[in-house]
Ligand binder design. Sequence first.
Ligand code: XLS
Ligand code: NI
Ligand code: NI
Length: 433
Amino acid sequence: MTGYFKDIAPIRYAGPDSDDEFAYRHYDPDEVVMGKRMEDHLRLAVAYWHSLAYEGADPFGGRTYDRPWYGDTMEAARAKADAAFDLFAILGQPFFCFHDADVRPEGATFAESRRNLDAICDIFAAKMEQTGTKLLWGTANMFSHRRWMAGAATNPDPEIFAYAAACVKACMDVTHRLDGQNYVLWGGREGYETLLNTDLGREAEQAGRFLTKVVEYKHKIGFKGAILIEPKPQEPAKHQYDFDVATVYGFLKRFGLENEVKLNIEQGHAILAGHSFEHELALAASLDMLGSIDMNRNDYQSGWDTDQFPNNVPETALAYYEVLRAGGFTTGGTNFDARVRRQSLDPEDLVLAHVGAIDVCARGLKAAAAMLEDGGLERMRALRYAGWDRPEAQAMLDQPLDRIAARVEERDLDPQPVSGGQERLENWVNRFV
Ligand code: XLS
Ligand code: NI
Ligand code: NI
């Protein structure tokens, strides 16, 4: 142990009546929910960037935290890795996620950056072996450094496209080596600030070619994990190309990649796009595109990506309801893409944020499972569409418009509206959450 987390002991399940703040009240990894251990359902991951690399800055002020591993040296990066695995040992969550830039210092050249990444991943490999912590996904940070200001794959400069290819290759290599379950691409600056200097059509073409190469490379190295795109409508760019689930699906279809790539859906990004989280999840599931989730909570007033830890059980329950209804995670999981607030300075804050979030997810999962097992919502939904079960309704789907129209007059159809019963459904949900 590095000593940063002082004497915080590993967090254990103590049951709902415990008054120990350093205990799980609802997350019992071994509790069986719908035939599967809770740990295997949720597949929780700590995000390296928010918990280890973020320093408390906001657009109006710099670092507020004082963590001993901050710095741009390999020594600092090694200390950060030690602290990361201390945190993982305390929380006991099975996975973590990282960007290249979170874990290693930028080198003077690309080759040096890559060697730094490889060296830190050697350390990760040893620690993962010792502790059993696994990698949910790796990704390349192609948005922080000034070289990316006009995008990565969509950059007007072809040399930046090449640099992006090198970064993704290096990150996929280490993700593969560390047996990562997925590889994520979040298009941080793949978008635009102003249309006045932007060729939309060309940039989409570049993005499609780039992603095709990523998929080809995945097969070339035999990476078995899923490639995931993470939609977000804006921030940092004014407009981002991977706006939401529907937009990304259209993009993937356009380049014939819809069977190769799935989605990593983030709560806060859904809110920014003007959707609910469950909308994005349900749509992805209906398209067979649901890969993984970035679990956090967005402030409903702020208009930006606040990346707070989840703290709303009813909302979390509706999200996991969609995940369970889709059959649960396969390669995916629940990554806490969330950071403590900038006044939360203490090591305890970092631990307690995760403890609370993990319990919220556990409660959400259990409520979702209870709703699904009860089956009320599915029964009421099935009833609503029951008319479509009739053979003549199904046959109509294959008939031309004029034939269908003729039938309306032949039969003198006068369909009557039926209640949608929303309040009844909301009341039903409230029995479980
Ligand atoms: C930022 C994104 C980012 C991705 C990984 O808004 O959520 O953290 O998850 O690059
Ligand atoms: Ni985000
Ligand atoms: Ni995210």
